[in-house]
Design a binder for this molecule. Sequence first.
Ligand code: SF4
Ligand code: SF4
Length: 132
Amino acid sequence: MTHIITGLCLRDGSCVEVCPVECIVPGKPAAEWPTYYIDPDTCIDCGACVAECPFGAIFTEDDVPSAYSAKGGESLNRLGLDGHYEGTNCDGDPVELDTVRQLQAGELVDLTEDIQKNGEFFQSGPGYDAAD
Ligand code: SF4
Ligand code: SF4
């Protein structure tokens, strides 16, 4: 199994700091790979990243919700969406995204769509080079 970063990720980078095997990297360019990604072949399922994510974006692969119930106000960050987000990451650096949509309270979102994308990043996408 592995852990999966879903579209609730807003690129604040906190998870990278705690991963003991350094298998979490930011998608680059962000316009094509909008979230951070976990290398499924390297992740040891320690779970440290889950508690660190301020947006609750990380799940074990088996627990990624197909009907995530939005609290309202959080943003979904996914290719194809065109809303704008501005925030800061864990280092205080600005984060700007144009691939987001704000969720309505009670809205149900299928986050399992992000499982394949997470794997593709390392199989056919930029993978670790993106972190350089
Ligand atoms: S579960 Fe552990 S090993 Fe896997 S990405 Fe998270 S911190 Fe890294
Ligand atoms: S801690 Fe959460 S929001 Fe921040 S980069 Fe990791 S998955 Fe994304």
